[in-house]
Ligand binder design. Structure first.
Ligand SMILES: Cc1cc2nc3c(=O)[nH]c(=O)nc-3n(C[C@H](O)[C@H](O)[C@H](O)COP(=O)(O)O)c2cc1C
Length: 161
């Protein structure tokens, strides 16, 4: 069986976009950088995000059931780094990142994004040390930003040109 370091090296050759997934529980904002985001179904309109069971975001998204995905532009790199920093303070973590609030989810939508989706959890599947959160898209929009997307490849951020 493949070990986890080899696995990381192999799947690191799969270039992805970068998202920040957000949710709001009892008035407290939670956010996490996630590249394990996928569109799943057109009818119904479904997406999924894989969330590590040990991440603090895990309990928040399960408690809330309502969440948002910001698809980052290349200019959102600092936000991606911040929301991937383990153990960052939860209180006020969104203060340093320009955002507005989604009407349906109440979750933060990052301004340095190419698109946003607001979702409601429809199923949670066990995925080893992650849970696979399936969500129905209740609202989606492009931002109007035309810049390149932020991409992640071989454990490094880059831009699609
Ligand atoms: C580019 C990138 C993509 C990531 N994608 C995911 C992901 O899809 N799912 C996940 O659970 N963690 C992902 N992480 C790790 C989380 O962002 C990180 O573990 C989390 O923010 C830790 O926060 P915590 O201290 O609040 O638990 C990713 C990290 C980076 C740098």
């Amino acid at each position: 069986m493949i070990d986890s370091d080899s696995f990381r090296r192999v799947v690191g050759r799969f270039a992805t976009g970068v998202t920040v997934v957000t949710t709001c529980v009892d008035g407290v904002d939670h956010a996490m950088t996630a590249s394990a985001f996928t569109s799943v179904s057109l009818d119904p309109v479904l997406v999924l995000v894989c969330v590590e069971k040990d991440a603090r975001f895990h309990d928040a998204i399960l408690d809330s059931g309502s969440w948002a995905v910001s698809v980052l532009a290349a200019s959102g790199r600092r936000a991606a780094e911040w929301f991937a920093a383990r153990g960052r303070p939860l209180g006020g973590q969104l203060d340093r990142v320009r955002h507005h609030r989604g009407a349906t989810s109440g979750a933060a939508l990052l301004d340095e994004s190419l698109a946003w989706l607001q979702c409601r959890t429809t199923a949670v599947y066990d995925g080893g040390d992650h849970d696979i959160i399936l969500g129905e898209v209740v609202e989606g929009a492009t931002s109007g930003l035309e810049g390149p997307p932020l991409v992640y490849y071989r454990s490094a951020y880059g831009e699609l040109r």
